[in-house]
Design a protein around this ligand. Sequence first.
Ligand code: DQA
Length: 151
Amino acid sequence: MEKFRIAVINGPNLDMLGTREKDIYGTKRLQDIDEEILREAEKYDLGLTFFQSNSEGGLIDYLHGCVGKIDGIVLNAGAYTHYSIALRDAIAAVNIPTVEVHLSNIYKREEFRHTSVIAPVCVGQISGFGAYSYILALRALLETLDDSKSS
Ligand code: DQA
């Protein structure tokens, strides 16, 4: 497998994992999840970077900065998933394969969470497996990147 540069990006309130609504999001902190991703990444030849922001502009600026530096993105956009057209446009603009990820199964929850405005500009979506969603998202992203390199 090629060496890929991957960014793992988390949006608003995900810095509160571990204490935030534990019945929904579990007890792992974002740092614990990042460490699990790092351990998974050791199986592959990857360059990983992690970023979290509570602001829409912060996420968009970071995405813009990924151009030419990052091959693929794992993104949990938090609540922005459901309504940020600006974030959706940024994902489309940078044109870097992005896998959308959610800890919770957004389709089992309130109706306003059933819509993802970023889904149409992402490669795919993983939702509902807790911290393991990120591992699945990373594996899915690597498959996609590998396929596009070899085709
Ligand atoms: C979330 C689901 C969103 O609806 C919510 O706003 C979040 C977290 C998840 O990981 O399950 O902040 O993206």
